[in-house]
Design a protein around this ligand. Structure first.
Ligand SMILES: *Cc1c(COP(=O)(O)O)cnc(C)c1O
Length: 444
């Protein structure tokens, strides 16, 4: 099995950015290939029947693992070298004991919640939260008797506890799932405070894990496990993949909790494939490089937007001011502002659409964290499923535009936003503007 991490000869602890090039992979086990091959195989040959019996005994928990033993390779729904090595590499960034990769971020989130929740339970979540997660907790999990309980991102610990106390008679808290910064408003949730709340309100004899969706800032600019989170979940589709060419997810945390989630993954069969695992390993080699450059570009773009007369408000972590409670929280739990910006165009939906339709370098698409910059309209796209009154309550206004800043030249991005914003209050209709733009594109 190509595992054995090559141990460095010096005492120096190598940083994750360094270890991404080879950690967990032994070339000697793969014909000397420098890079980990793609193990396109559904099953693995046992040397002897006794070995097969031994592997299965461990997989089904019929015997405990021997000292430092890892599960032998059986079948690619259970394990595959591309997934195992990827999982080992992912643990380095978040300082986690174990990891599990999934076919999507939603597969990671739904499998994790279903492992810890039972009928009659509540899942406590921050709001706003990713549209898919919102739908899962509001519409899907209730079919299994698992109900949502939501608090506004930015609520105080006392307000959250009061919400739990009001619902106590109706059910137990199975898990706490928070997204910080919140998608799409960049509101922060206090991870350490939520960890305490999760511990204090866990049902007797059970753990109510604090699960943090770290897709927006992690793993380079935020490590929730250091602040008391039990599990970290990712849409690996975003920064981890980083090139908008794959869908995947991940869960990281203690060996015990990740082991439970991984066991359920085996029976749902929602792991990612070896090719996706290989692509993610390639992406991780440049993760820090990409996230650092995107963050630098975002800083310049956010400053430009904040000074623009057609822009009402910019929601960007790098613009938090001392004295704002969110600023204190940012100082405690974030290592950088990242590259997600949302801003409100002056006017209404029509003005926001005019800006979106006029963009030429920045693509009009949902998703985030890729090398290219993307712009979208949360109210009518990713968060369209949320009723209008709740949208407004959590800050998703009709003029809110979400920007994922990529690694392009910052000057080009600013020029593109500048020309698009100049059309915000243009006289001609949005349909005509979009049409003429499409014509121009085709002519190029
Ligand atoms: C995209 C996203 C998800 C869902 O991930 P998929 O890979 O699309 O399933 C979950 N949380 C956040 C914050 C996201 O941005």
């Amino acid at each position: 099995m190509p595992r054995n991490p090559s141990t460095p000869r010096t005492r120096r602890t190598l940083a994750p950015a360094t270890r991404m090039m080879g950690y967990g992979y032994d070339p000697a086990l793969s014909e000397g290939a420098l890079k980990c091959p793609v193990f396109l195989t559904s099953t693995f040959v046992f040397r002897t029947a006794e070995q097969g019996k031994d592997f299965f005994a461990l997989a089904y928990g019929l015997r405990p693992p021997r000292d430092g033993e890892k599960q032998g390779l059986i079948y690619s729904r259970l394990n595959n070298p591309d997934l195992e090595i990827l999982e080992d590499r992912l643990t380095l960034w978040d300082d986690a004991e174990a990891g599990a990769v999934f076919a999507s971020g939603m597969a990671a989130i739904s499998t994790t919640l279903l492992e810890f929740a039972q009928p009659g339970d509540f899942v406590l979540t921050s709001s706003p939260i990713y549209g898919g997660t919102d739908h899962l907790t509001e519409k899907v999990l209730p079919k299994f008797g698992i109900r949502p309980l939501k608090f506004l991102a930015g609520s105080s610990p006392a307000e959250i506890q009061a919400l739990i106390d009001r619902s106590k008679a109706r059910g137990k808290i199975a898990a706490v799932l928070v997204e910080t910064p919140a998608n799409p408003t960049n509101r922060l949730v206090d991870i350490a405070a939520c960890a305490e709340i999760a511990k204090r309100n866990a049902p007797k004899g059970r753990i109510a894990p604090l699960i943090v969706d770290n897709t927006y800032l992690g793993p380079v600019f935020q490590q929730p496990l250091h602040h008391g989170a039990d599990l970290v979940v990712y849409s690996a589709t975003k920064f981890l993949g980083g090139h908008s060419d794959l869908i995947a997810g991940a869960v990281l945390g203690s060996r015990e909790l990740v082991g439970r989630v991984k066991a359920l993954r085996t029976f749902f069969g929602c792991m990612c494939g070896p090719w996706t695992g290989w692509l993610l390993m390639r992406s991780l080699e440049t993760l820090k490089l990409r996230m650092t450059q995107s963050q630098e570009n975002a800083r310049q773009v956010a400053d430009f937007l904040a000074a623009h007369p057609a822009v009402d408000r910019v929601h960007y972590l790098g613009h938090l001011r001392e004295g704002d409670p969110q600023w204190g929280l940012y100082q405690r739990q974030c290592k950088g502002p990242g590259s997600m910006i949302s801003f409100e165009v002056k006017g209404g939906e029509a003005e926001a659409f005019r800006v979106l339709n006029a963009l030429r370098v920045i693509h009009l698409a949902v998703s985030l964290g890729g090398t290219e910059s993307l712009a979208s309209h949360p109210a009518s796209m990713t968060h369209a499923d949320i009723p209008a009154d709740r949208q407004l309550q959590v800050g998703i206004t009709p003029t809110l535009v979400r920007l994922s800043v990529g690694v392009e030249d910052a000057g080009d991005l600013i020029a593109d936003l500048g020309q698009a914003l100049s059309k915000a209050s243009a006289k001609r209709g949005p349909a005509a503007a979009a049409k003429s733009k499409r014509g121009k594109r085709r002519a190029r």
